[in-house]
Design a protein around this ligand. Structure first.
Ligand SMILES: [Zn+2]
Length: 146
């Protein structure tokens, strides 16, 4: 069996180092304005709502819903050759409808993905010392767990 190459590692930039540090602690952090408390993603130096430069990183619930997704079938990167078809999804976080992360959905077949389905973050090791936030379906409460 041929070795499956890994996708490139994320390169922290745009003030995002704290986000990646959070992922490595299994915490999903979002940048928030200290003045008007507006969340924002992607991270940036200035608040788009009040122009404040004061900002903080806040741990969020990690819960959200599927906003959109696509299935990649054509490998556009050597690492994708052994992985297609795979999904790329946008997940809208519960804290603010403008917090939309590009990610992968795990623990679900591509054909089972539905618009608006509730999901929660899970951190997967990309390579030693580098974790990535992915999302999995939330188990419906009240149903038998197995
Ligand atoms: Zn602000």
């Amino acid at each position: 069996m041929a070795e499956v190459l890994n996708f490139p590692r994320p390169i922290p930039d745009f003030d995002a180092q704290e986000f990646w540090d959070g992922c490595n602690r299994n915490e999903l952090l979002m940048q928030r304005c200290k003045q008007c408390k507006k969340f924002r993603w992607l991270p940036r130096p200035m608040c788009p709502q009040c122009n404040s430069l004061e900002r903080e990183w806040v741990k969020v619930s990690g819960r959200g819903k599927v906003y959109s997704w696509t299935i990649v079938t054509h490998p556009v990167h050597p690492a994708a050759v052994g992985r297609v078809p795979y999904n790329v999804a946008q997940v809208q976080l519960d804290e603010d409808p403008e917090l939309i992360l590009v990610t992968n959905l795990v623990g679900i077949a591509n054909e089972e993905i539905r618009m608006g389905m509730p999901v929660e973050v899970v951190f997967e090791e990309h390579e030693p010392g580098v974790k990535l936030p992915k999302f999995r379906p939330v188990k419906e409460s009240g149903t038998a767990s197995g």
